[in-house]
Design a protein around this ligand. Structure first.
Ligand SMILES: Nc1ncnc2c1ncn2[C@@H]1O[C@H](COP(=O)(O)OP(=O)(O)O)[C@@H](O)[C@H]1O
Ligand SMILES: Nc1nc2c(ncn2[C@H]2C[C@H](O)[C@@H](COP(=O)(O)O)O2)c(=O)[nH]1
Length: 224
């Protein structure tokens, strides 16, 4: 494995997309490259915060637990952003940006979080952006249709997600589209490359492979 220069930072790539869009599967495709540090979403931390399954509590009563859950997501995603690695490339599943921009915004839209609570989370977010190194070099957007991810989520059968509706996924899809595809809301911390993640498992590795040179060689333009 090649090592980065001391005091330099890795080429940092965020993998973003709806629930069930294939982010974990995409990250697993890159696990074989020793130059890539793959950081999966810290979902196990959300499922066990000093014995509390915050993800389970969230889906049981999203209004009651939204602030608690988002506060912890924001902390754990910050820890991922600041995680040191000697690898020249760091691949992260989601980010502090999508937590704030996609999920907290959705909660605000649906009045599932008070504006006071959302204001506190945003104050933390703004302070973190201004006072820590959250530099990102590339975003890979796994673009899907809501029905596709709904079917995958049902098939994956995660205990906590049994109450997640197609409507919720449709709303999350729209926020991801506005942020990463139409680019009409919030700031973008880096250039976005879009991957058609609707493709079935049987053929999608070929699509993933197209992104290898972009990520491994730290390039920002998609090969034809
Ligand atoms: N391209 C695909 N075609 C069919 N099923 C997929 C595809 N990508 C992922 N899956 C399946 O869908 C579910 C969600 O995939 P996962 O990678 O966990 O998505 P995410 O991390 O975005 O939630 C898993 O059961 C996975 O095996
Ligand atoms: N309310 C929020 N939920 C979040 C956030 N980040 C992830 N999640 C949920 C969505 C899924 O149920 C689960 C894992 O996500 P996958 O896309 O990997 O399936 O965690 C968030 O910031 N807020």
């Amino acid at each position: 494995m090649s090592q980065i220069e001391p005091n330099s930072r890795p080429f940092t790539v965020l993998v973003e997309g709806n629930i069930g869009s294939g982010k974990t599967t995409f990250l697993n495709h890159f696990n074989k490259f020793e130059d890539v540090c793959v950081l999966a979403e810290p979902i196990d931390m959300w499922r066990n915060c000093k014995g509390h399954n915050l993800l389970g509590l969230l889906y049981e009563d999203i209004k009651k637990w939204s602030f608690t859950f988002q506060s912890y997501v924001q902390l754990t995603m910050l820890q991922q952003h600041l995680r040191k690695t000697a690898c020249p490339v760091k691949l992260m599943e989601r980010s502090i940006y999508s937590a704030r921009i996609c999920f907290v915004e959705k909660m605000k839209q649906d009045n599932l979080i008070s504006h006071a609570a959302a204001a506190v989370i945003d104050k933390h977010f703004q302070w973190i952006k201004e006072n820590t190194d959250l530099k990102v070099d590339l975003i890979v957007y796994l673009r899907t249709d809501p029905q596709t991810v709904y079917d995958r989520m049902i098939k994956r059968n995660r205990e906590e997600e049994k109450t997640v509706s197609l409507d919720y996924l449709q709303a999350l899809h729209q926020i991801h589209e506005d942020w990463l595809y139409h680019k009409t809301i919030f700031e973008l911390p880096a250039e976005v490359l879009v991957l058609n993640a609707n493709l079935d498992k049987s053929v999608i590795n070929e699509e993933y492979s197209k992104f290898e040179p972009l990520i491994l060689n730290k390039k920002l333009s998609v090969q034809a």
